[in-house]
Design a protein around this ligand. Sequence first.
Ligand code: LMR
Length: 328
Amino acid sequence: FIAFQSLFSKEDVGKDYEQVGMKDQIIIKFSHVVAENTPKGLAAVHFAKLVDDYTNHRVKVEVFPNQSLYGDQEEIKALLENKVQMIAPSTSTLTDLSPKWLLLDLPYIFPNRDALKEALYGEVGEELLHDLERNHIKGMALWTNHFKQITSNTPIHTTTDFEGKTFRIMPSKVLKEQFEHFGASTLMLQFNETFTNLEQHKTDSQENTISNIYSKKLYRLQNYLTISNHGFLGYGVLMNQQFWDELPPDIQVQIQRAMQETTEWLWTKSDEMNRQSLLEIERSSSISMYKLSPAEKKQWMNEMTVIYPKFEPIIGAELMNKMKVIRE
Ligand code: LMR
């Protein structure tokens, strides 16, 4: 952090940063893997704009979308090495580093958006973010994308339809079990490999939010889409801990303010984008869509939640109990 450290003298605090030359600007490189026109892509840009406003151009957040710097398997290492200062990996990607995060991958753990909100922005979310500190990572916030749906080559109406299929999944033991329990196989692949692997028939099914299915054109390779809302996709928004610690306190306050506003903004925006993307898919493709009825959803829920006990010891009774209270 040599070049960086010289920027922060006590006298800087309270300066009119409009007067500060470019050489004094603090640069935050923010790398992510999805398209710009997605909930995470837009939130990153929204955050960058707010930081620019609130710090009076003193801090510049440079956003690198579409895995242009690092893929989802490499970005955590890049963050720890301070090659980038911010990333927002899917919560599933964080489960190796901090197994408690497996909680968010459990199928139907959030019965509705209210439960999701209470968990993410309350004690559960706080505990998860806090758990990253021992890895020298500053957990800034949890961002939402949406609930996940399933696409496949052949229809999926019941969990028995998973049998014999090969699902592309994010790296998470829960996601693996969620499909393998029902006789499917799984392949953990980086996000940007998903399209090619479906195209080459190495996988025939996958789960994702509608915004990702739309923006990465996955719907063009698949014949069937099941609206199951069975799992959650969101992001841990992370900063290199040492970089954060060395920021002047007034800058930290403004960054936190920008982060909180972006997180609130995204809660509504991500819902709207996923709805919009579904309309676009309906309008521009012939994919066959199947929405689980409330009774079918209940059935899926009963069947899929049988995998919970396997993960309770890993996630921890305390966190599981907090979640139980929210669900009741
Ligand atoms: C995926 O790998 O399917 C998602 O995590 C991509 C993302 O970051 O939204």
